[in-house]
Design a protein around this ligand. Structure first.
Ligand code: AR6
Length: 504
């Protein structure tokens, strides 16, 4: 039967339980010690939410983002006559420099270097204006777009008067910001007004920022939630008896994660979220951050993720279409995001940043400690204390590109984590139809044999012991399963007849 079907397993409609993509639960926005809400509630979506003012300001303290307009942000200036150094408000210098007419990338460089002397080369920015943009585009940038970015940046004290805490290691905490606040922070990032962070230099040649045309102020909000679990909060993978076949799986070779509407969409992250987005990276994470630039602001306050942590971002809007990948990546115009809002003004889209381990040698990933780390990392991202219908996970070859993992192993690890976290899984194979079949066959085998998490875990661990060749991984799983149950042959692999199974 010839068919153009590009998916296997459970249908997407079945995963949506026939109530469409937007019927899953979202965590509430309730201000608390662990949830900083930087705007006033409730959100109306008629105009940008009003900023929340704090009674005490913490704009220059260790556990907070140091905001450039803080009076404590000072800059040494030399007195021309006496040669003496005096401290001046850096925000005043920023305002004075940026309000001068700026007509070229060289003038922009000079303006920025008045208040940020740590920056080195602007060569890429100059190259972009001189060699990539045509004259008209360059003029439009300096006439219209740049003054808009400057205005947005300089309004930061009004737009974000509250305290912006850091999402620090080993703490579960959340920040909710309005889209306008994020835009203003990004505008400041673009203009390098955060002098105390080295990574801000990498803003160049990030002229993807130029696509941030916030001419109509966005009215929505975004929540950034850092998730952390302590050691004793993880499942005992060698003990849980969940039947993996009960986890519904949809495997698709034609779509990509960002089109998994309503699902918990995985960002194949770096432990420094965003990875190379402000530098030279252009793979899954960077592309996601470029098309949904509100994600970039997470870099301001999200401390490096450790192995039992994840970051979830709810509500980031998508602004761009794209084509290609890596070297062939190209911007393909505006994307009109039609995702509906939740009752807190957030687009109903959740993005989960989890960083896989980068393997130098393929065989390393089969070590028990590495598999355990990856399982726990996926689990901390997938699990939720919410009651209600949890969104299925939209994932794929997590850790299998730049980080050189093996998709078969990673698909099993993610299946186990989904099962333990009580979520279904959508696996996008990124155009790979063979992988679609492989994963479907593995999953069918697991389902037919009612393989449990603990059984699969033990089988995976033995693979290390037997030190088998990585290419034999899939036959190994199947044979090891039969060995575990003393079944004589390997011929029953994909039998749909479960009466052959040793369990019932
Ligand atoms: N949807 C589904 N699958 C995708 C998509 C997509 N949109 N894009 C890529 N893939 P990679 P990693 C598949 O290399 O190995 C970044 O710099 C495709 O098969 O981005 O976890 C981060 O900041 C691709 O080969 O993720 C980290 O530093 C595979 O997913 C580092 O890369 C893996 O994509 C993470 O590397």
């Amino acid at each position: 039967m010839a068919t153009n079907k590009t998916w296997s397993g459970t249908s997407i409609d079945d995963l949506y339980e026939n109530s469409g993509p937007y019927s899953f639960v979202y965590p509430p926005v309730t201000p608390s010690k662990n949830h900083a809400v930087l705007y006033e509630l409730p959100v109306t979506l008629n105009s940008p939410p009003k900023p929340h003012r704090s009674s005490q300001t913490h704009h220059w303290e260790d556990n907070y983002v140091k905001l450039p307009y803080s009076p404590q942000n000072v800059f040494p200036i030399e007195n021309n006559e006496t040669g003496e150094k005096i401290l001046k408000s850096r925000w005043e210098i920023i305002e004075n420099s940026l309000l001068q007419p700026i007509k070229s990338s060289h003038e922009l460089e000079a303006a920025i270097k008045c208040y940020n002397t740590r920056l080195s080369s602007f060569a890429a920015l100059h190259y972009f204006f001189e060699e990539v943009l045509d004259e008209e585009e360059g003029e439009a940038f300096f006439k219209t777009l740049l003054p808009g970015i400057v205005r947005l940046a300089l309004k930061l004290p009004e737009i974000l008067p509250g305290n912006l805490p850091l999402l620090q290691k080993q703490k579960c905490s959340s920040i909710s910001l309005s889209q306008l606040q994020i835009a203003s922070l990004l505008a400041n990032g673009f203009l390098c007004t955060f002098p105390w962070r080295k990574d801000v230099c990498n803003t160049y040649p990030g002229l993807n920022f130029a696509s941030l045309t916030y001419i109509l102020a966005p009215v929505g909000t975004v929540t950034f939630e850092r998730k952390y679990l302590q050691k004793n909060q993880f499942p005992r993978w060698d003990k849980i008896e969940n039947n993996l076949g009960n986890t519904k799986v949809h495997i698709c070779s034609s779509e990509t994660i960002e089109n998994g509407h309503g699902l918990l969409q995985v960002d194949f992250a770096n432990k420094f979220v965003g990875g190379g987005v402000l530098g030279y990276g252009c793979v899954q994470e960077e592309i996601r951050f470029i098309i949904c630039p509100e994600l970039i602001v997470s870099r301001l306050f999200t401390e490096e993720l450790n192995s039992s942590e994840a970051l979830v971002i709810i509500g980031a809007e998508r602004y761009s279409n794209y084509s290609g990948y890596g070297d062939t990546f190209a911007w393909e115009g505006d994307y009109q995001d039609q995702t509906p809002y939740d009752c807190y003004g957030r687009r109903k889209v959740s993005i989960l940043a989890i960083d896989a381990i980068k393997f130098n040698k393929a065989s390393e990933q089969f070590s028990t400690s590495h598999m355990l780390r990856e399982l726990n990392k996926a689990y901390v991202g997938f699990h939720s204390n919410l009651t209600g219908k949890l969104a299925p996970v939209a994932t794929g070859n997590w850790g299998c590109g730049a980080f050189r993992g093996d998709p078969s192993l990673k698909s099993l690890i993610q299946l186990m984590a989904c099962s333990a976290a009580k979520r279904y899984m959508v696996y996008y194979t990124f155009g790979d139809t063979d992988l679609e079949k492989t994963i479907y066959n593995l999953y069918t085998f697991i389902g037919n044999n009612k393989v449990t998490i603990s059984e699969l875990w033990r089988i995976l661990c033995r693979f290390v012991v037997s030190n088998s060749n990585q290419n034999n991984f899939i036959p190994y799983i199947q044979q090891a399963y039969f060995d575990l149950h003393n079944q004589p042959t390997i011929t029953q692999f994909f039998s749909t007849n479960s009466t052959n199974n040793s369990k019932n």
